[in-house]
Design a protein around this ligand. Structure first.
Ligand code: VGL
Ligand code: ZN
Length: 202
């Protein structure tokens, strides 16, 4: 039997994605106790942190006349325009105060390039700029990745899909995630995750 080394990847469990935040995900804060328990149970533990400059191209306010949650064309393809969120150094970009961040081995920041969004923890939305996480996990010997966090249908789904493309096994703990669900994005994400061979568990 080949040996499997498990890593937990907690996606963007930050104030702006929790109730009261700038891009609040319904029930986003409810997953904190479960994620804390998971952080105590995995040998490799990574947190990701959405980390945008105020000038970020994914913010509707940086596109005169554009409404939040509308879509635009970037040089790399379609991009949803979000309310400004997770601006570097602001309270909204901080992790939820109940999250046991001290248990993490690595915090990986993403989305810091002004012109490119980064939903996935592995590649930015141009699908070619790497974050470095794959190299970190390979050097630590990780072979199977378990995902939790926010939001199911954006950063969690894109990360899990990239994990499989990169040759890792991938599981999404749906009950340890919450979704934005923009125009059917949650149902679409479930379909794509299953088709790619990602295991969906509760
Ligand atoms: C996310 C939209 C914009 C996420 C991040 O963490 O799912 N969604 N930035
Ligand atoms: Zn973002």
């Amino acid at each position: 039997m080949p040996h499997t080394t498990q890593a937990l990847i907690v996606i963007d469990l930050q104030n702006d994605f929790c109730p009261g935040g700038a891009l609040a995900v319904a029930g986003g804060d409810e997953i904190v106790p479960r994620v804390n328990a998971l952080l105590g149970a995995f040998p490799i533990r990574v947190l990701t942190q959405d980390w945008h400059p105020a000038t970020h191209a994914s913010f509707a306010e940086n596109h005169p006349g554009a409404a939040p949650f509308s879509s635009t064309e970037m040089p790399y393809g379609p991009q949803v325009l979000w309310p400004a969120h997770c601006v570097q150094g602001t309270p909204g970009a901080a992790f939820h105060p109940g999250l046991h961040t001290d248990r993490a081995d690595l915090t990986l920041r993403k989305g810091f390039r002004p012109a490119i969004d980064s939903y996935s923890a592995f590649f930015e939305n141009d699908r070619t700029t790497a974050t470095g996480l794959a190299g970190y996990l390979r050097e630590r010997g990780a072979t199977h990745l378990t995902f939790a966090g926010l939001a199911t249908d954006f950063c969690v789904a894109w990360s899990a899909l990239d994990a499989v493309r990169l040759g890792f096994g991938a599981t999404v703990l749906m009950g340890a995630c919450r979704a934005i669900d923009l125009n059917g994005s949650l149902a679409q994400a479930r379909t794509e995750l299953r088709a790619a061979g990602v295991t969906l568990e509760s």
